[in-house]
Design a protein around this ligand. Sequence first.
Ligand SMILES: NC(=O)c1ccc[n+]([C@@H]2O[C@H](COP(=O)([O-])OP(=O)(O)OC[C@H]3O[C@@H](n4cnc5c(N)ncnc54)[C@H](O)[C@@H]3O)[C@@H](O)[C@H]2O)c1
Length: 293
Amino acid sequence: MLRIGLRKNVFISGIFNRGFTSETVSKLDGKVALITGAASGIGKATAAKFISNGAKVVIADIQRQLGRDTAAELGPNATFIPCDVTKESDVSDAVDFTISTHDKLDIMYNNAGIACNTPPSIVDLDLAVFDRVMDINVRGVMAGIKHASRVMIPRRTGCILCTGSITGIMAGLAQHTYTVSKSTVIAIVSSAAAELCQYGIRINCISPFAIPTPMVMNEMNQIYSGLNDARLREIVYNAGALHGANCEPEDIANAAVYLASDDAKYISGHNLVVDGGFTRFKSLGFPAPDQVA
Ligand SMILES: NC(=O)c1ccc[n+]([C@@H]2O[C@H](COP(=O)([O-])OP(=O)(O)OC[C@H]3O[C@@H](n4cnc5c(N)ncnc54)[C@H](O)[C@@H]3O)[C@@H](O)[C@H]2O)c1
């Protein structure tokens, strides 16, 4: 691999006399990102990918020790700030901390979210759990958009991302509460895009398929108590539609890098579904002709 001195972090590899070249560019060089829920799972993978693409990242999470450990693991371009997204002042402080530390906020990723451990039937709906899930998954996202916009609008630039879910576009995949929270996130992104476009600010959603992060593994452990983690991960992976690949946090991180980069400079109000095609089709399930009497 040859390193070309013209531009920082540009690598050209290939056998030139055969005409093959491929280029790996740092897509977020010099950008500053704030990611909520980045102590683990999708947020952590995205923080790592942003940093490897040249960004500085502020990790905002309710888990203090894990957040500090994650920032230490990701190196000097990661900083941690404790933040509970249900508290507007915490979200506001995280935005202000990012500005005071790095002078700007280019990318705000509202990713923090929780699952909903309640019985599936509507008649058993626990409205206290509903309020708690909406507080984090919806109100927390609104607070993030509000305070990112507060500092981005005067600069007439910025990129906001939010984590939705396939459960927000197809019913029956999760409990009502979680489904409602995620379909609302997708709606919020459309609504905010309508206003933020006039300021040059892009806002997009990413809707992942099931991934065995701590959030999902906790749920799987409750449903299938007694099964080991490897078996639980296998069950999650086997639910996917696309053969030969599993949905991983890095797939969402790659989508986030794309949407945050100039490659997506004309994309706003979009919901990028990362599900290997799962939500695009349903089989009729007719029996094979040789199985019908
Ligand atoms: N894993 C999946 O299958 C999946 C699929 C679709 C969408 N999602 C969404 O992805 C996002 C990230 O989840 P994950 O799968 O990486 O799970 P995760 O549990 O690994 O990460 C979630 C993070 O959010 C943090 N968090 C929770 N409540 C918070 C609060 N009040 N304030 C600040 N931080 C808080 C947690 O501490 C944790 O670090 C969530 O919004 C989730 O709903 C996950």
